[in-house]
Design a protein around this ligand. Structure first.
Ligand code: C5P
Ligand code: MG
Length: 222
């Protein structure tokens, strides 16, 4: 990727796509709230393209020759937010590929925007979002899930020290994004303490209320 100051979010002033062409639903919630799990269900029933900002950052971090690799590694370990130009560009690149090669127009963007500047830059230069799906979960539940995941995830930030820092970043930096979208009537809030299939039932109900319908018809055989 080119230097940070020439990336789209820093240099473009109008969106690449209109919300009529491309639908984006942001998926937010603290670390361990179950964003990835719920996105997987939604992908199979609704045909969304799922893009996880954290996964794209980890991929870029590991890409040989990336000028941002070392920087990303530090931010992730410290649980702080990577400069938005990088994350917005990675999302934009992945969306372009999905639109052109896979003919996708429905996107779930998971773990983004985690900071107000990311939200503003994305909606200004890529496409305005339809709404934000927000998974609400108490810290003790998320902590237990993350420590469990840490046994097998191989992630550098699923340890108690990084987890505490990520919780702090979430409260101080990411919740203001949820609050801002909430004030625009653009948040669908779901309690995320129950088992995944129960949480998903609530998600489906809320999507229906917002006019988002599943693509697959399920036939019941007698
Ligand atoms: O969403 P996930 O837990 O995979 O994110 C891991 C880390 O990636 C975050 O703690 C943060 O350091 C970074 N990140 C970011 N901006 C985002 C999403 C993730 O800086 N929008
Ligand atoms: Mg995730």
């Amino acid at each position: 990727m080119p230097a940070i100051e020439s990336l789209g979010a820093a240099s473009r002033s109008s969106p690449l796509w209109s919300p009529d062409e491309v639908t984006v639903i942001f998926v937010l919630g603290g670390p361990g709230a179950g964003k990835g799990t719920q996105c997987a269900y939604l992908v199979s029933d609704y045909g969304f393209k799922h893009l996880s900002a954290g996964d794209l950052l980890r991929e870029e971090q590991d890409r040989p020759g990336s000028e941002f690799g070392e920087m990303i590694k530090t931010y992730i370990r410290e649980g702080t937010i990577v400069p938005m130009e990088v994350t917005v560009q990675l999302l934009e690149n992945a969306m372009k590929v999905a639109i052109e090669k896979e003919k996708k127009t429905l996107f779930l963007i998971d773990g983004f925007p985690r900071k107000l500047d990311q939200a503003h830059a994305f909606e200004r230069t890529v496409v305005p979002s339809k709404f934000t799906l927000f998974f609400d979960c108490p810290e003790d539940v998320m902590q237990e899930r993350l420590l469990n995941r840490g046994k097998t995830s191989g992630r550098a930030d699923d340890n108690i020290e990084s987890i505490k820092k990520r919780f702090r970043t979430f409260v101080e930096t990411s919740m203001p994004v949820v609050d801002e979208f909430e004030s625009q009537g653009k948040v669908v809030k779901i309690m995320a303490t129950a088992p995944p299939d129960e949480v998903y039932k609530n998600v489906q109900e809320k999507f229906k209320e917002r006019g988002v319908e599943p693509i697959t018809l399920k036939f019941v055989h007698n």
